[in-house]
Design a protein around this ligand. Structure first.
Ligand code: FE2
Length: 458
């Protein structure tokens, strides 16, 4: 299923846009005189264009939600907190744009990406990076066939000499193609796109890409992600360990740069790995509604129960199991798919089975008959178990899928456990397609060859 619709760019809302090649950015300002005062715009103004647009005045506070021509079902900023331990450090983003502009800091957003909220049919996080001086930011979005009709104010957080901005949109219309951009009067991102998931109970398919453990393999990750975007997936479920050292901002930059503009078009579901280290960068870049990295996400026929299995930052392993049990008890989607980083059922050495997760999380999923598939990373290979439940290979058991071949050095050994159906030591990604009746997983290597494919039915 490929439901995304791109079309032509929407009209920009600024009054005057001056572009400069000298500093590698665009300066978007409210008048030509101001443009000529800005570094990089002084002698290199290559183009000045006037466009029709809104009359927002830089420096004046915007209303908390700007909804021109919005119907009763228009998007709005979520009332709930962002859901991150960093909430207390976020700065409400309102009227700092003009001050920054006059200081000569035109600032085009970098590393723009999206993160799924709890309800992929109606909610989306938009996340981007600016210089530290740009305090304000917002997302503008609209239906793909229309302009950017709605504005969602963001909040921002100072991280490593930069600033991470997050805007959280609720009230989106299900099963629609959307376009958006993020930024401020200091500069705007390229226009991105996404598709909201079908309404719960509506039997339409969704397509996820699953991969993880990219770490320092930027070239491999870039190649795999190009294939993922070309395949037209709706979303990416990342199994953790994006970087080797989550405390090193330079590695995050490399990871985002490897994804490039593709990240503008494919929202993420992100299960944090041990290498993310529960660091401030992870929590800033991948907000979750639970505040500790656990995420219960409904996306059409799939309910994802993502556990942050890194027992720090106030999260203990028993508390992970308790959260998972409570979530699985209320999940009603056709496919209930728990996901976490370190597998409880895997024969790949050296990591093999994670003792904590086998002790605490495995009994929880085994006790949930609705669970037929568990997704993990951490082991740098592709592995699929036979249907397994209660320590045995049984009909109706759970297939444990490991996808940890996103670019990190491959693991080549095996413990040879009988429950392991297939281990392939290759870099890969997995296409997960599901409707209400079937779920098919197909793994592809770097050359596009099929590594494995299996289908579950209900
Ligand atoms: Fe790991």
């Amino acid at each position: 299923m490929w439901r995304r619709s791109l079309g032509s760019d929407p009209p920009l809302p600024a009054a005057v846009v001056a572009r400069s090649e000298a500093f590698g950015y665009s300066c978007e300002v409210s008048g030509l005189i101001v443009a000529l005062l800005l570094p990089g715009c002084t002698a290199e103004v290559a183009e000045v264009v006037s466009v029709e647009g809104d009359s927002a005045v830089p420096g004046l506070a915007e209303p908390s939600v700007l909804i021109p021509d919005a119907g009763e079902n228009g998007p709005y900023a979520c009332a709930a907190p962002l859901g991150t331990p960093l909430d207390g450090g976020f700065t409400q983003a309102v009227a700092a744009d003009l001050d920054t502009l006059l200081l000569g800091q035109p600032d085009v957003p970098l590393r723009t990406h999206m993160v799924l909220g709890a309800d992929a049919a109606h909610e989306m996080f938009f996340v981007w990076q600016t210089r530290a001086e740009t305090l304000g930011g917002r997302a503008q979005l609209g239906f793909a066939e229309d302009g950017l009709s709605w504005t969602i104010p963001g909040v921002s957080y100072p991280v490593g000499g930069y600033r991470i901005h997050v805007a959280r949109a609720c009230g989106l219309t299900a099963d629609r193609s959307w376009r958006y951009r993020v930024g401020s009067d200091n500069g705007w991102s390229e226009v991105g796109s996404f598709t909201t998931a079908p309404e719960a109970g509506v039997d339409l398919p969704v397509r996820f890409a699953v991969l993880g453990d990219t770490r320092n393999g930027a070239a491999t990750f870039a190649s795999l992600f190009a294939d993922i975007e070309a395949a037209g997936v709706d979303y990416v479920a990342f199994t953790g360990d994006a970087v080797a050292n989550g405390t090193n901002w330079a590695e995050w930059e490399q990871w985002f740069d490897a994804g490039g503009s593709s990240f503008l078009h494919v929202p993420f579901l992100f299960a944090p790995g041990n290498h993310e280290a529960n660091d401030v960068y992870y929590f800033a870049l991948f907000p979750s509604h639970t505040g500790v990295g656990h995420q219960a996400v409904d996306a059409g026929p799939i309910h994802w129960a993502v556990v942050n299995d890194n027992a720090t930052a106030g999260v203990t392993v028993p508390s992970e199991a308790a959260w998972l049990a409570a979530d699985l008890a209320q999940a009603t989607a056709p496919w209930v798919v728990p996901a976490w980083h370190k597998p409880a059922v895997a024969a790949c050495s050296p990591h093999g089975e994670d003792v904590n997760n086998r002790t605490y999380l495995l009994p929880v999923v085994d006790a949930a008959p609705s669970v037929r598939l568990v997704v993990n990373g951490h082991n740098h290979n592709y592995e699929r178990s036979l249907p397994y439940r209660g320590g045995e290979v049984v009909d109706g058991g759970i297939v444990h899928l490991t996808s940890g071949g996103g670019g990190a050095p491959l693991y080549t050994g095996s413990y040879g456990y009988d429950y392991s159906a297939l281990q392939v030591k290759t870099q890969h990604w997995v296409l997960l397609e599901a409707d209400a009746r079937s779920l098919t997983a197909t793994a592809y290597d770097l050359a596009g060859n099929t590594v494995d494919s299996f289908t579950l039915t209900r």
